[in-house]
Each structure stands twice: as C-alpha cells, then as structure tokens.
Design a protein around this ligand. Structure first.
Ligand code: C2E
Ligand code: CA
Ligand code: CA
Ligand code: CA
Length: 278
C-alpha cells in the first residue's frame, strides 16, 4: 500500500512541470495579495479629439509583488481566471474605481471610469447585483461607469453574454467592446450587441502611420462604429501625428502614452491641473 502511494505521488510529481509549480505558487500569492495593498488600480486618461478635454479614464490593475516585482495583468489575469480568484479581483477593481470616481466628483471633477471585465466575470450571474450595489454604495451615477468587454469574451457564449450585457445596460452603465478587430466575430454581430462604444485595439493604432493596412482597418472600424451611432475610442496613441490622423478619421476619443501613461489614482487630479495650466 505504502509503496503504491509513494509511486502515485512520484507519478503526480512527474506530471507537474516547473510552469505548473510556478503557477500554483502564483495562485497562493495572488490570493494573499488580494487582501493587501500590493494590488492597486491605476488610471489612464482619455481625451476627446474635438476639444482635447479629459472626461474619462481607464482603470488598469497593477500587482507589485514584494519579491517578484511588478507582475503584468496579462500574466496574472489568466491565472486569476483559472483559479476562481477573478471574482474577487473584479470586485476589488470595481470598488477602487468607483471610490476614485466618487472622490474626484466630490472635488468638482465630472469624470467617468472604464473598468475591464474578464470573460469569466461576464458569465458571473452575481455581477449585475454587485455592480448595482457598488454604484449605490459609492453614490456614483451609473453613466459614469463604462464596462469594457472583449469581442472574444462575448463570443465565448454569445447568448448568455448578451443577456448579461442587457441587464448591465438596464442599470444605466455604459458598455464598450475592447480590443475591437482582434477577434473573429462577424461585423454584423456588432449591431446585435447592446453597446455604446467600440475601442480599436492598439495593435492597429500604434504604428498605423507606417502601415497602410492598419490605417485602412482603423478607418473601417471608425466608419462602422460611427454609422452605428457608437462612441469610437482608439488606444495605444503614442505620438501627436497619430492623434491628428485619428481625429481626422473621426475617432471621438484617444488614449495612450502621448497623453499620459497609467498613473496612481492620487496622481490624476494634480496631472489634470498641471495640464490645464500648460
Ligand atoms: P487592455 O484593456 O487592452 O489595456 C490596454 C493596455 O495597453 C494596458 O496594458 C495599457 O497600460 C497599455 N497602453 C496604454 N497606452 C499605451 C500606449 O500608448 N502604447 C502601448 N504600447 N501600450 C499602451 P496593461 O495595463 O499592462 O494591461 C494589459 C491588459 O490586462 C489589458 O489590456 C486588459 O486586458 C488586462 N487588464 C488590465 N487591468 C485589468 C482589470 O482590472 N481587469 C481585467 N479583467 N483585465 C485587466
Ligand atoms: Ca481595456
Ligand atoms: Ca487592447
Ligand atoms: Ca487586452
């Protein structure tokens, strides 16, 4: 018996490759980090192309690991999704984002915030009530919250996702399709989604002036979005020339390093003040 158990254990260990071991450690550390200050929400401003004004920001989560340093959300969001921690992470980000908006509004800044929803959260039946409760708790008008969902996460289970999106929208929350153009959904699908905004993925935006194909894609998405009455946002805008080209194409809102890198919540109002005096 003992021998068989031992063999079983050895076999099990043999199946654990170093990546799995690393991932298990990361899951345990993420669970702890969710109760500490190591996970924080940063915000990146978005500007309107017509008047240059900043009326909104995107919330981007950050993990400052005590020994591993900064871990990218592209690395730990998938870990959170597979380990059942994504619900807690989404709650943390929503709570911090709405607290920030409430604070800015009390200081007289009429800002709104966009929060990324992972594909898992989009299938969470408790999400709608949670969003409603957090809006009420922080006393933030629903229209000051935009939820970003990717095309891919909607397409994973369109029927279910669309019914959840409808419920969220019924709260008065705005909805945005993130990373638009990178998925495989047909364009006609866009018309069926209860959304307010499309966000053109930075992979088409950043180098568009040197890649005619990218410019064509940006133009096509912008025309489509505008014709459907949607707000069109471009992310990954790294220089003034690209900003100008996007404004020319009819993109409503730009976001990217040219305007500002993501910053702490506390840094936003001083940044806005500084920008106005320039
Ligand atoms: P995303 O939603 O497409 O966010 C845009 C990413 O581009 C962010 O990376 C942002 O920092 C980066 N970025 C902004 N401006 C520029 C620019 O001008 N040039 C370039 N090259 N990059 C720029 P970040 O913060 O590392 O986030 C990566 C991804 O992680 C996000 O992609 C999003 O999918 C996910 N993510 C971030 N925060 C959250 C969150 O709170 N919840 C969920 N579910 N996912 C999140
Ligand atoms: Ca996003
Ligand atoms: Ca993107
Ligand atoms: Ca993304």
């Amino acid at each position: 018996e003992a021998k068989r158990t031992g063999e079983g254990l050895r076999l099990y260990e043999a199946h654990l490759d170093p990546n799995d071991v690393n991932r298990l450690a990361l899951v345990a550390e993420l669970r702890t980090a969710l109760t500490t200050e190591d996970i924080q929400v940063h915000v990146q401003p978005q500007a309107h192309t017509d008047d240059g004004r900043v009326r909104s920001v995107e919330a981007l989560v950050r993990w400052n690991h005590p020994t591993r340093g900064r871990i990218s959300p592209d690395e730990f969001i998938p870990v959170a999704e597979r380990s059942g921690l994504i619900g807690a992470l989404t709650t943390l980000v929503l709570d911090a984002s709405l607290a920030a908006v409430a604070q800015w509004r009390r200081s007289g800044q009429d800002l709104s915030i966009a929060v990324n929803l992972s594909s898992r959260s989009l299938l969470d039946p408790g999400l709608v009530d949670e969003v409603a409760q957090l809006l009420q708790y922080h006393d933030v008008p629903p229209a000051a919250l935009t939820l970003e969902v990717t095309e891919g996460s909607v397409m994973a289970d369109p029927t279910r996702a669309i019914s959840l999106l409808r419920e969220l929208r019924a709260l008065g929350v705005r909805l945005s399709v993130d990373d638009f153009g990178t998925g495989y959904s047909s364009l006609s699908y866009l018309q069926r989604l209860p959304i307010d905004e499309v966000k053109i993925d930075k992979s088409f935006v950043t180098d568009m002036l040197h890649r005619p194909g990218d410019t064509s894609i940006v133009r096509a998405i912008t025309d489509l979005g505008r014709n459907l009455g949607l707000n069109v946002v471009a992310e990954g805008v790294e220089d003034q020339k690209t900003w100008d080209a996007l404004a020319e194409l009819g993109v409503h809102v730009v976001q990217g390093w040219h305007l500002a890198r993501p910053m702490s919540v506390q840094a936003l109002l001083p940044w806005l003040r500084e920008r106005r005096t320039q």
